[in-house]
Each structure stands twice: as structure tokens, then as C-alpha cells.
Design a protein around this ligand. Structure first.
Ligand code: F6R
Length: 593
């Protein structure tokens, strides 16, 4: 959470590059943003604003910036409200810093610095870092040494970049727990430190991902140089790799929003993962599989549990990473531990994985970002091939997470990938019906998503998507469970989305929808064509609206259902006039606990 970008350059106006890169990082947080630079008279200048980056851009467009060193930040608030005063960069005595993460010992450090007469103007944990660097400079250290001393005193997680107005040719960065990359422009006239390669698409030809505890110094003399120090402050080398994130990966390609583009990619990326799936992982000898993840990735694990237990007859546990890592879980020897993460940076999933590794077990990660921390630290990795996902709500990644777990337990040559593509395409072609339904349901007081068996994890995913995009409460429930309490909520102001393809659970789920109708609830029934003859008049009830998808059996049916619930959440949010790509209070990459 929070996005960082910084530059040291031979060019004169670095602000446009910083703002462009910051906009590509907006998915990491967008409640406020800011930029600091050192002008030609060696004065530190700072501009900050509350709200999305376009507001910062507006302010910057009104002034002329002549500078070749700067840092910028887009915030997702942790400590301190969303105000201009809490927005980064934070400044102390000519030092400016941007930070992603949480400083756990900031209170203690602040007390010490207050005694030294340092002043604080924000409610953040971050400001203490700028003051601590300034404190070490005051005690006779140069900027580099003061920065290193500071980093060694910080507890918590961070990616930090700092500049100092009295040493204008040095940019310093440090990474512990939060991602950070160095980027090099093709002409070698600009070097960058940023949160990820997405920020640096079109700016950096090559990049280096820093490792845990690394500190980087970028220096400008007659040319630009960089030095990396490891956590023991010894000089070290890290691999330089090409930055293969292109501008088209991070553009909407004609779609109105990233989220819509990404839902439409669900039909094509299933082939990417299918074509590239040649992993030699034999699960048949395992006693069990344990899947650990957060949010939507966790639901992909839950979905796969049904397939793996059904097809491969292997017991599967699925756990939420933030719970798993803080209990004392029993770790089995013949269990495969799978960690799922789109971003590969979710801190709870990463720490849960580290815990399992420390206990001596091998780990398999399913990740979309192959250069991410989880991808790099796992013993084995399955790349998801979903392409860059920018919309904050995960959609296409969920589809390929589920499919790759399915491919672990079916024979690839027997899998009907063409058929799967057609099924998803048929839902995409039906988008107008779903946008029409969204108009009907948008004022619902709350939502229930119900399903039985394998449809239940999809109900959970549907409820999460509509909740995060439309800001109303929504619950996913096993259809058979609603009469054990939740049905009390049902009245004429509540819509239930019933996931009931014509499968072995169909009749039972239909009975549950009848129970809801009997209490004046309203139903959107998502079912398959075959069910038409078995609805017993349900479809003509004024409180029922049916969506029919083409017939198929498991494991195929789940996929078009997923696309339906993604489109429904998308259009509901759109019809309420919300920002679907950047829903309020959220950030895509959850790098804090
Ligand atoms: C919901 C959503 C989140 C993420 C969760 C895990 O739409 O996107 O629930 O799924 O934050 O993120 P990753 O998969 O990056 O670990």
C-alpha cells in the first residue's frame, strides 16, 4: 500500500515523469498524494493534495518546476487521517522522505526526538523517519551515513526514499518488507527508485528488485552511479533484469475502465495459463494440501478445494493468511503448502509463507507478478499469466488462480479449453442483460449471494466484489445455511443473488430461493439453460429475474458463473456512479498488516 517513485536525472523538469509514474501507482492507494523536489537554488519544495493524483497534477501544472531530483508518493492512510498535513513527503530540516509501510517503534523514536527539540506537524509514523535522518545529520554525519543509521534504528516494514537539500546529487532508498525497485532509463540520463516495475514502464529499460534489508544510493557526478548495500551495510550486487511491463499493459486499450478490460480478458487468459501449464507437480502421493491466501485469492483456494477433493481425492485445507500466521498451526510432513497471491506482495501471505519455510516445509506459490516477493521467496512458483491487473478489485486473476489449481488435478489433454473460452465469451456477450439487472438492484439495502457446493465459494467472491465496489453490505452464504439466522434480514429491500446451475444441488437451492420469496425477498437467479424446464413457474414471479448461461458440467460451469458475478458487481457500481477502478478506502497491494 502506498506508492513511491523518485528520480535523479540530468534532465531539468522531473515533475512530469514523477506524476506520470505516480498515476500508474495509484492502484496502491489514492487518498492523497504529494511530491518534493530540490530546486536550482538548492531549496526543498513540497506540493501535496488530498484526493486522487489528478488533483496533485492540477496543482503542479500551475507552476514551473526546474529540478533534477525529486520524490513522490500516493497514500493509503494507516497512521493519521486523510489530510494534506498527513500526506507524504514528510520533511524535517531540509530532509524529505516518502514511505510505504509501518514504523512500529515510531512513538519511542518520536519521544527521543522531541527531547532533542525536533518538531512534528503530522499524525503519521512516517514523519519520525525524516526527523531521525535530520538528527543524525545534526550530529555530524553526512546524508548517506545519517540515512544508514536511521534505517538500522527502524522497526517495522518499509520502503523509503529520501533526499536532502544540502546534498542535491544523492537519492537514497531502503527496503524491508515493502517492495522496491531501481530503474535505469535507456539513455542512462535518469535513474529511479520506485515501488514496482509498473511505475517505471516507459521510463526504465532495466530494473533491479531490491532484497530484504537493502539500502541503495544513487549518485550524480559526471554520470549516474548506483551502489547497493545489504542489511549488514556491505556493498552487494543484485541482478539487473529488463523491465518488461509495457505501456499497453498498463493502459485501458479502449475500455472505459481497467476493471471492464480485465473482466473481458477472462475469456482469453484462460488459454494463457492452459498453454503455459507444464509443471511437473504430482499431487497424487500427498496426504493433504494446505492453501493459504487473503481476500479473493483465498476464495480461489476455497473453490479449488471442491475440485481437488472431488477429482484427486486429496484432503484440502484453506486458510486466511492473517489467521494462519498468528496461530500455532500443526504442520504436516506430506502436505503441500500453496500460497496464492495476485500481487505477490500481500504481507500476511508472504509472512505465512516464510513461517512455513522456517518450519522446514517446501512452499508453492501461485502468483501473477513473477518478480514479486512471494514469487522470489517460494520454493516453487506457478506463474498465473493474467497480465498486469490494475483494477483494485481482483477479477481476471481469480479466474486463473482457480484454473491453475484445477489443472493440478485434471489431465491437461482431456481439458476442453475451447469450450471454456466459449462459455466465458457467451457471458461477456450477455453484458447488456447484466447491466440492466444492475440498474434494478443498485438500491438494494444489502445483498445475499447464495450457492451450494462449489457455487458457495463463488457466492463469497460475488459478495466481496459487490461490497467493495458498491459500498453496501453483502454476504455470501451456503444456501442451506440462511435459515439458521441470516434469513431474518430478508425483506422487500434486499436482493439475493442465487447461484443455481442445473447441477446436483439445483433443487435444494431453488427451495431456498422459495423460502426467501415467501418473505418478500427479491431474487436474481443465475442458472443454466437446462434449468428452464425445472423452474416450476419461478421465472414468472414478479420478484424473480433469471439469467441463463449455456449448459455445462463441473469443472466448467464455475467459470461463466464467475464472469457473471464480476460483471454484475461492475455494472452495479457503475450505475451508482462510483469509481470502479479505485473504490474508496482500498488499495490493491496490501503490504501492511
Ligand atoms: C478483492 C481483492 C482482494 C485481494 C487480496 C489479496 O477484489 O482484490 O481481496 O484478493 O487483497 O491480494 P493478493 O492476491 O494480491 O495477495
Amino acid at each position: 500500500m502506498c506508492g513511491i517513485v523518485s528520480i535523479l536525472s540530468f534532465e531539468d523538469d522531473i515533475s512530469k515523469k514523477l506524476i506520470g509514474a505516480l498515476e500508474r501507482l495509484e492502484y496502491r492507494g489514492y487518498d492523497s498524494a504529494g511530491l518534493a523536489f530540490i530546486d536550482k537554488n538548492s531549496n526543498l519544495q513540497r506540493i501535496r493534495s488530498v484526493g486522487k493524483i489528478e488533483e496533485l497534477r492540477r496543482r503542479i501544472n500551475k507552476i514551473t518546476i526546474k529540478s533534477n531530483i525529486g520524490i513522490a508518493h500516493t497514500r493509503w492512510a494507516t497512521h493519521g487521517k486523510v489530510t494534506e498535513g498527513n500526506a507524504h513527503p514528510h520533511v524535517s530540516n531540509g530532509v524529505a522522505i516518502v514511505h510505504n509501510g509501518i514504523i512500529e517503534n515510531y512513538q519511542e523514536l518520536k519521544k527521543k526526538l522531541l527531547k532533542e527539540n525536533f518538531e512534528f506537524e503530522s499524525e503519521t509514523d512516517t514523519e519520525v523517519i525524516a526527523a531521525l535522518i535530520a538528527f543524525h545529520i545534526k550530529n555530524g554525519n553526512n546524508f548517506e551515513q545519517a540515512f544508514k543509521n536511521t534505517i538500522l534504528e527502524l522497526k517495522g516494514t518499509f520502503a523509503i526514499v529520501a533526499i536532502y537539500e544540502k546534498e542535491t546529487n544523492i537519492l537514497l532508498g531502503a527496503k524491508k518488507g515493502s517492495p522496491m525497485a531501481i530503474g535505469f532509463s535507456e539513455d542512462e540520463r535518469s535513474y529511479y527508485i520506485a515501488s514496482d516495475a509498473i511505475a517505471l514502464s516507459s521510463l526504465a529499460k532495466n530494473i533491479i528488485y531490491l532484497e530484504e534489508g537493502d539500502i541503495v544510493k544513487i549518485e550524480k557526478q559526471d554520470k549516474l552511479n548506483y551502489t547497493i548495500f545489504n542489511s549488514s551495510i556491505h556493498m552487494t550486487k543484485r541482478n539487473i533484469i529488463p523491465n518488461n511491463v509495457s505501456l499497453s499493459d498498463v493502459s485501458k486499450n479502449g475500455y472505459e475502465t481497467f476493471m471492464l478490460k480485465e473482466i473481458f480478458e477472462e475469456a482469453t487468459i484462460v488459454r494463457n495459463i492452459y498453454n503455459n501449464f507444464d509443471y511437473d507437480i504430482n499431487i497424487s502421493d500427498l496426504d493433504s494440501i494446505s492453501i493459504i491466501a487473503c481476500g479473493t485469492s483465498y476464495y480461489a483456494g476455497l473453490l479449488a478445494k471442491y475440485w481437488i477433493e472431488d477429482i484427486a481425492q486429496i484432503h484440502v485445507d484453506v486458510e486466511i493468511a492473517s489467521e494462519f500466521r498468528y496461530r500455532n498451526p500443526v504442520i504436516f510432513s506430506n502436505t503441500l503448502y500453496i500460497f496464492i497471491s495476485q500481487s505477490g506482495e500481500t504481507i500476511d501471505t508472504l509472512c505465512a509463507m516464510r513461517m512455513v519455510k522456517e518450519l522446514g516445509r517446501k512452499t508453492l506459490a501461485l502468483v501473477n507478478v513473477e518478480t514479486s516477493s512471494i514469487a522470489r521467496e517460494a520454493d516453487y512458483m506457478i506463474k498465473l499469466f493474467a497480465g498486469v491487473e490494475i483494477g483494485v478489485a481482483s477479477t481476471k486473476a481469480f479466474v486463473v488462480q482457480a484454473l491453475s489449481l484445477l489443472l493440478l488435478c485434471v489431465k491437461k489433454q482431456d481439458f476442453k479449453i475451447d469450450f471454456l473460452e466459449d462459455l466465458i465469451n457467451s457471458v461477456l456477450n450477455n453484458k447488456y442483460q447484466l447491466s440492466h439487472i444492475a440498474e434494478k438492484i443498485k438500491d438494494s439495502r444489502s445483498f445475499f449471494y447464495i450457492g451450494r457446493g462449489i457455487n458457495y465459494p463463488i457466492a463469497l467472491e460475488g459478495a466481496l466484489k459487490i461490497k467493495e465496489l458498491s459500498y453496501v453490505s453483502a454476504e455470501g452464504y451456503p444456501a442451506g445455511e440462511i435459515k439458521h439466522g441470516p434469513i431474518a434480514i430478508i425483506d422487500e429491500n434486499v436482493y439475493t443473488i442465487a447461484l443455481a446451475p442445473f447441477d446436483k444441488y439445483f433443487e435444494k437451492t431453488i427451495s431456498n430461493t422459495q423460502e426467501i420469496l415467501a418473505r418478500n425477498g427479491k431474487i436474481i437467479l443465475i442458472t443454466t439453460e437446462k434449468a428452464r424446464d425445472h423452474l416450476h413457474g419461478l421465472e414468472s414471479s414478479k420478484n424473480v429475474y433469471c439469467v441463463f448461461i449455456p449448459d455445462s458440467d463441473e469443472p466448467y460451469t464455475s467459470f461463466p458463473l464467475i464472469t457473471v458475478i464480476h460483471l454484475l458487481a461492475y455494472y452495479t457500481s457503475k450505475s451508482k456512479g462510483y469509481d470502479v477502478d479505485k473504490p474508496r478506502n482500498l488499495a490493491k497491494s496490501v503490504t501492511v498488516e
